[in-house]
Design a protein around this ligand. Structure first.
Ligand SMILES: Cc1ncc(COP(=O)(O)O)c(C=O)c1O
Length: 392
């Protein structure tokens, strides 16, 4: 009989870590009177405030909803413009478009792939009212400089920290404390640092934004008798503006609370894996790591850069070789302006983005998540080095 070769299981680039405590937390909520709009959501919001140092938190259905609402709460004039990074997931720019704001892109820094403050200065226009820097891969953007530019140009700042819960700024403050911004958003998608399945949150220190975000999250409704136009009875509520149902459920919030208790442990493991990758790849001139060793970095992604043209192999073939050795990889990200929707509606010249273009040509994300075993890390390292040896 023909013996079939067992297929190699492929390590993904990211994956959640769920243990029995997480399951118990969720089950307890499932058995409670509240599946949504209950105490777990508020407890999760308080825990996120305590963890980051921000005053207020509004938990929502996902990171995209967080961005959508954060921009909406500013009440910007339709047709004004906002600047974000091209090396990000689509949601950072889509949040501008949902709100009728024209998206502009600032080229990225050659080392970190974060928004370059110099490029930002050049891109900002008279009608620019908002800047959305992205803490790519978990590495904080240069917030001090971006904040200074924003103040000079009278722009709001919303930090897209979908990758960066647990990272710190150079001054030691935690990302999410909004020391350099009006609002900061997180995502709790399963590949992120902690997960709620789908989920997100907006952090702010401004009560005015907090109140509006809470209302927008739930259809634009308010229930506070001190603010309502009238108050005929306890059943009464008012819809003041067009909002959404972007609520997080209590089951999700319970999972988030349980996950947040383990965040330091998750990050410590991510840092350990990054140090091992860096030590193994440091000697190879054909690999450059975007993730330098840094204890203030929570490391959502581990990205390497390879000059595939110089190596005379396509990235597709390189990825295929790694996949056959059981190593899954991904490209983070296709520059946003290259997507058909953006090139059709918001035309740019690729020549304006020399660093983003070069980065996109060379980047490749390797597996990085707390559940990677030491033997998996070794497998990734030897598969990558073997690929190089075969090619060079
Ligand atoms: C930088 C960035 N911003 C926003 C989002 C959107 O988050 P979500 O998937 O929770 O909607 C993501 C998700 O991958 C992201 O990577």
């Amino acid at each position: 009989m023909l013996k079939m070769k067992k297929p190699v299981s492929v390590l993904p680039y990211g994956r959640q870590s769920i243990d029995n405590d997480d399951v118990a937390f969720v089950v307890r909520t499932l058995k409670s009177p509240f599946l949504t709009q209950g105490p777990a959501v508020e407890a999760f919001e308080h825990a996120l405030c305590a963890y980051t140092g921000a005053k207020y938190c509004v938990a929502v259905a996902n990171g995209t909803a967080a961005l959508h609402l954060a921009v909406a709460s500013l009440g910007l004039k339709k047709g004004s413009s906002g600047v974000t990074s091209p090396i990000t997931f689509l949601a950072s720019a889509n949040a501008l478009v949902y709100n009728g704001i024209k998206p502009l892109f600032a080229d990225v820094d050659a080392k970190t792939a974060n928004m370059s403050p110099e490029a930002l200065q050049c891109v900002i226009k008279k009608d620019t009212r908002l800047i959305i820097p992205v803490h790519f891969a978990g590495c904080p953007a240069e917030m001090k400089r971006i904040d200074a530019i924003a103040r000079r140009r009278k722009c709001y700042v919303i930090e897209d920290a979908a990758h960066a819960i647990g990272s710190s700024y150079p001054d030691g403050g935690r990302v999410g404390n909004c020391a350099y911004s009006d609002m900061t958003i997180f995502s709790f998608h399963p590949v992120k640092m902690i997960t709620t399945g789908e989920g997100g949150a907006i952090m702010t220190n401004d009560k005015k934004f907090y109140d509006r975000l809470r209302s927008l999250r739930s259809h634009g409704v308010i229930r506070d008798p001190r603010v309502m136009k009238k108050n005929p009875g306890p059943w009464y509520y008012e819809m003041r503006e067009l909002g959404f149902n972007y609520r997080l459920t209590d089951m999700q919030a319970a999972l988030g609370l349980s996950q947040l208790k383990k965040i330091n442990q998750f990050i410590a493991r991510r840092q350990q894996i990054v140090s091992r990758y860096n030590a193994a790849f440091r000697q190879r001139s054909w690999i450059r790591s975007v993730s330098i060793d840094d204890k203030s970095h929570a490391y959502h992604l581990y990205v390497i850069r390879i000059d595939f043209r110089k190596l005379k192999i396509s990235r597709k073939n390189f990825m295929g070789r790694l996949a056959r050795s059981g190593v899954g990889t991904q490209v983070h990200y296709i520059p946003v302006y290259r997507h058909p929707f953006y090139s059709r509606n918001f035309k740019v010249s690729y020549a304006w983005f020399s660093q983003a273009e070069k980065y996109y040509e060379e980047c490749l994300s390797l597996p990085l998540f707390p559940g990677l075993k030491d033997s998996d890390v070794k497998r990734v390292i030897s598969a990558v080095l073997q690929c190089g040896q075969d090619i060079l």
